[in-house]
Ligand binder design. Structure first.
Ligand code: ZN
Length: 609
């Protein structure tokens, strides 16, 4: 197989700069308590038409990411570890930001709910790229402790990169970097970015020996929480996630569910129809550059109490950092002739921007729905005090509908889309009677969203770049040399064949651990498969950001494993299919053994050629 060409592939070099916003935080809270304030007023169904809306809900909270789970083939063989749900974590804490050899470092993971969780393990990476796993040493209630003594030989800077765990028999992982949690510590030295002047957030919660007082966990936990809550620098994981995703997030809310089926007619339940419409809408939006979360993906409600159901739905949007909350409904009326589509948006009270954003979006969705032939009932606001509706958004009253009102309180634009009437036989047959018809409604909603929010198709420019550079390098087996010194090549640490083995630079030694098979897919994207391991170059956690590590992983077809090889000066740059601004990069800028390979923004310096 070894067709050994040695093209000069330039690794983009840049000075390693430890730009870290988070390095001094040792405790990160995942979440605030959900405040359970009473709804201002109970929703009453005083209207003739537009009946349903505010019905309540279900027992368990549906994790917002549930429907975001990657598609996994049903292979009964050995289950691959899957990306977990960060909501499982309340906070993670490092005892000693800097410790001396011989001392014990402790890590504490606090779970929101320990039920069903087991087999906790951390992956810890040293600055040289080497990693080791650390299994939990004890667990009491929601607290899980990890401990390890470091020796003199282990002096250096470390990052906790990954949490592994088993939930209900399935293996999951969470990358701290995905959560923008920069969890670092140093042994016999400070780590880059360490600032001794910042307060140690853990001092009140952990004894001077660095051990959880497991005999009094509740107290310890309480102290930790109190200690953390008093630190203004503390941010929640949600805030990190929001910050990390960058793009816009939209929350789709399939109305009703579980014990609340909404309106029923002709053998159909509104709750089933709204779920399908929302799923079709999400499927269409997946083509665009937008994050979509759903308040539910099964036949369930988020509380058995009506107002709490609605609050919890908005809470899903809030946690996901959504800008829009779009509640999907089917109308119903005693008068079987009632027909048509209508969309409710926020009035101007309290927040005029949300009202005008909502009006634009409502208009765009209504335009798509009426284009399907639905009668135009208009876009409306509805006021709280007397339940009046209006085509004029101006009002000093609160919004009538709970989801719109709660969304406004969270600075989210909330809409209710009443697609058509389930109680009208003609509309039922024409718009609700089959999956294809429901899809039509979901796609119409999506098109309205795309046009109002100016969403772009995903990866359009990257696809063009991949296509244009398809012929730069022929399929074959290559050493990938650094232009800094062609005697140094990409190498799999230790020649390991396992998932997660680090990719580094190493002096060329003619082993298969340094040979990569270059293949192009139909779009022109390149995959680099290590000849020895059969694993491919992969961006850690699928997250594009500076200093993000590159490792090898089983091929899964994701964009984190696709690349574009583009000529650059006397060599080439290897661009990530996640983002054309990010390229393979030599972290030290020097051709020395074990220099780490990472992702970094293209900077166009001479060192890149
Ligand atoms: Zn409804």
């Amino acid at each position: 197989m070894a067709k050994k060409l040695k093209p000069l592939l330039a690794l983009v070099l840049s000075v390693f700069m430890s730009v870290s916003t988070m390095t001094n935080m040792y405790t990160v809270r995942a979440d605030d308590e959900i405040t359970q304030e009473e709804p201002i007023v109970e929703e009453t169904q005083t209207e003739e038409e537009t009946t349903e809306e505010q019905v309540p809900t279900v027992e368990e909270e549906t994790p917002a990411e549930e429907d975001e789970a990657p598609l996994v083939e049903e292979e009964p063989v050995v289950e691959e570890e899957q990306l977990g749900d960060s909501n499982m974590m309340e906070y993670f804490l490092v005892d000693n930001p800097v410790l001396s050899n011989g001392e014990t470092e402790n890590f504490v993971l606090s779970l929101n709910n320990a039920e069903g969780y087991s087999d906790f393990k951390l992956t810890i990476q040293k600055e040289d790229g080497s990693t080791f796993d650390l299994e939990s040493s004890e667990q009491v209630d929601n607290l899980v402790k990890f401990s390890r003594v470091f020796t003199e030989e282990e002096k250096g800077q470390y990052s906790v990169t990954t949490l592994h765990y088993v939930y209900n028999g399935h293996s999951y992982y969470l990358n701290f970097s995905d959560l923008e949690m920069d969890v670092k510590f140093g042994v016999d030295q400070e780590y880059d970015g360490y600032d001794a002047t910042l307060p140690d957030l853990t001092e009140d919660s952990i004894s001077s020996e660095g051990v959880i007082e497991v005999t009094d966990v509740n107290k310890a936990e309480e102290e930790i929480v109190n200690g953390v809550a008093s630190q203004p620098a503390t941010m929640s994981v949600d805030e990190f996630s929001r910050h990390a995703t960058g793009g816009m997030t939209i929350c789709l809310d399939p109305g009703h569910g579980g014990s609340d089926s909404g309106a029923n007619a002709f053998g159909a339940k509104e709750s089933d129809l709204t779920l399908k419409i929302a799923q079709y809408c999400k499927e269409e939006l997946a083509k665009y550059d937008v994050n979509v979360v759903m308040t539910r993906t099964t036949d369930t409600r988020l509380s058995e109490e009506a107002a709490m159901d609605l609050k919890n739905r908005v809470e899903v949007a809030k946690k996901a950092g959504a800008s829009y909350f779009i509640s999907i409904h089917i109308n119903s009326a005693a008068n079987s002739a009632a027909k048509g589509a209508e969309v409710y948006y926020p009035n101007t009270s309290g927040n005029k921007n949300l009202s005008s954003n909502g009006q634009n979006l409502a208009k765009a969705i209504q335009k798509q729905l009426t284009a399907l032939g639905l009668y135009d009932r208009g876009i409306k606001i509805r006021n709280y005090t007397d339940g009046t509706t209006s085509y004029d958004p101006t009002s000093s009253d609160k919004d009538y509908y709970g989801v719109i009102r709660y969304a406004k309180e969270a600075n989210i634009t909330g809409l209710i889309v009443e697609h058509c009437f389930i109680s009208n036989k003609e509309e039922f047959d024409k718009y609700l009677g089959s999956n294809a018809k429901l899809q039509q409604l979901g796609v119409a909603d999506a098109r309205g969203i795309v046009s109002a929010l100016g969403l772009q198709l995903k990866n359009q420019s990257l696809d063009t770049l991949a296509k244009d550079n398809r012929n730069v390098l022929a399929d074959g087996t290559y050493n990938i040399q650094s232009l800094v010194n062609p005697n140094y090549v990409l190498d799999i640490y230790g020649g390991y064949t396992t998932n997660g083995a680090n990719v580094q630079l190493y002096r060329s030694n003619d082993t298969e651990a340094q040979l990569f098979k270059v293949t192009h897919d139909s779009q022109g994207y390149v995959t680099f498969t290590n000849v020895k391991s059969g694993k491919v170059l992969d961006v850690y956690g699928g997250t594009k950001k500076n200093n993000q590590n590159i490792w090898q992983f089983s091929s899964n077809g994701s964009r984190a494993q696709k690349w574009i090889i583009k000529p650059d000066g006397n060599g080439y740059v290897i661009i990530s299919a996640l983002d054309s601004n990010y390229v393979l990069d030599l972290s030290t800028g020097k051709a020395v053994n074990s220099s780490n390979i990472q992702l970094y923004t293209y900077c166009g310096s001479n060192a890149q050629r």
